[in-house]
Design a protein around this ligand. Structure first.
Ligand SMILES: Cc1ncc(COP(=O)(O)O)c(C=O)c1O
Length: 459
């Protein structure tokens, strides 16, 4: 049935949705007098809603996920074939796609060795936290249990993932939180707290050492960082930052956990964001782009050395990683992920990300010359942000309402853009762009022109 053309059917769906679906991150009061968008089709970067209206999606499924674009028949077929053959068995056993994807993934991650499957970014991060906590018990007499996270970073939605969240508005009303999580300062040079920024990267990283010393190094087990802060405002690490972070982690025996849930699988122009910075992590987590949203899959990847810490006397019931994720055993995830990786390689998408990413930044900088509202443009690859301010001198952020208006004006023109969303009390002021890795110059022009018009229209 072509449900886009069938008005009765469409209004039926909207009625059911309004009556029963509780949408993510949404205040439902406005839906008493308006309808939510219902998405029905996608091809490439374009999505179509239930009213037949087409949009260019500049955020890969709203939240940086559909990296290889919509409507990929080969991924759908890989999932279909795998589900018919063997849909599921608990992850305490192996699967053919699970083994093959793990091998292929590790080829792209020199120094890493083991792949633990689950099904969301939050869960993948929690696996990392559980590993750190268990190692604290088995190797450090219950010490080294604290986990440091960074202001402005986000690591997931569960209570413990939120305990490691550097976004105050996102956390509000969900406490009390899990103990043992400690915050360190952000690394946004645009909002540097220092008078002299000559060595900003190193200075910002040295804040880690202050926190470790304040907490007592014997109690701190790991540091979790996004390679590029995503929902917190698209903040790439400044020069010299990660070198110093790595040195401090080594000095105080901290495991380094890189959260690649957004940056992973090519979004920034390398397979993984941390690979831009020469970092050697102990734990790497990823989710969104792993299978581009064609199946739910996340992974926690570790070094062999960390894994070895859980391999000892089989008669000791407490010595191994006593964790399970029911849907981490779904074979559709790794089957989709394998095909997703094949597409990225075969279509040379990393090259496209680098070329188109540079073009996107150039186009936004042109816009910055014409709109005083744009205080800063930054990013890596096809992961770019434009921070909006009331005044370039004072850098006072615009109200969230301004960014919402710009997004609404873009939507009117058929372009879906992203933005920092109810994360901070004051800093919900960044436009976030992350089109699919297949995007073209024409797509980027369409996105940037829509933003240009939107900024003009709102005055
Ligand atoms: C950096 C980062 N880590 C973790 C998560 C949580 O992932 P999920 O929503 O799949 O639990 C997100 C989600 O936006 C994220 O941006």
């Amino acid at each position: 049935m072509n449900y886009r053309l069938d008005k009765v059917y469409s209004s039926d769906i909207v009625t059911s949705d309004k009556a029963h679906v509780w949408h993510h991150l949404s205040q439902h009061k406005p839906y008493e007098s308006s309808d939510p968008m219902v998405m029905v089709e996608g091809k490439g970067l374009r999505v179509t809603d239930i009213n037949g209206r087409e949009y260019l999606d500049a955020v890969s499924g709203g939240v940086w996920t559909v990296n290889v674009g919509y409507g990929r028949e080969t991924i759908a077929r890989a999932v279909h074939d795998q589900l018919l053959k063997m849909c599921y068995f608990a992850g305490s056993h192996g699967s053919i796609p699970g083994a093959r994807f793990a091998e292929k993934l590790i080829e792209k991650m020199p120094g890493m060795s083991r792949v633990y499957y689950s099904n969301s970014g939050s869960e993948a991060n929690e696996k990392g936290y559980k590993m750190v906590r268990q190692l604290a018990h088995t190797k450090h007499n219950g010490q080294k249990y604290k986990i440091i996270y960074r202001d402005r970073d986000y690591h997931g939605t569960t209570i413990t993932a939120l305990s490691s969240c550097g976004q105050e508005e996102r956390k509000e009303q969900y406490g009390p939180f899990t103990p043992g999580f400690v915050e360190m300062p952000h690394c946004s040079i645009y909002r540097s707290p220092y008078d002299d920024n000559t060595n900003f990267g190193e200075q910002a990283a040295r804040e880690l050492e202050k926190v470790i010393l304040q907490e007592d190094p014997d109690t701190v087990g790991s540091l979790i960082l996004e390679p590029i802060t995503a929902g917190g405002g698209v903040i790439p690490a400044p020069e010299g930052y990660f070198e110093t972070i790595q040195e401090i982690c080594k000095k105080y025996g901290l495991l380094l956990h890189m959260d690649e849930v957004v940056c992973g699988m090519g979004r920034t122009g390398k397979w993984f964001g941390y690979q831009h910075y020469g970092v050697k992590p102990d734990i790497v987590t990823m989710a969104k782009g792993v299978a581009s949203g064609y199946a739910a899959i996340s992974v926690t990847v570790t070094t062999e050395e960390l894994f070895d810490g859980f391999k000892s006397d089989p008669s000791d019931p407490m010595s191994y990683f006593r964790d399970i994720s029911t849907f981490g055993g779904c074979a559709a995830g790794p089957a989709a992920a394998l095909e997703n990786m094949r597409i990225i390689e075969e279509e040379n998408l990393l090259d496209n990300v680098n070329t188109m990413g540079d073009y996107l930044v150039d186009r936004l900088r042109e816009l910055q010359d014409r709109h005083a509202l744009i205080g800063d443009v930054r990013g890596k690859g096809l992961f770019v942000g434009a921070e909006l301010v009331k005044d370039r001198q004072t850098k006072e952020p615009v109200e969230e309402g301004v960014v919402m208006k710009i997004a609404a004006e873009c939507l009117k023109q058929g372009v879906i853009i992203g933005r920092t969303n109810r994360s901070f009390h004051k800093l919900n002021n960044t436009i976030c762009l992350s089109p699919a890795l297949i995007c073209t110059k024409d797509d980027i022009d369409e996105i940037v022109n829509a933003i240009d018009n939107a900024m003009t229209n709102i005055g």
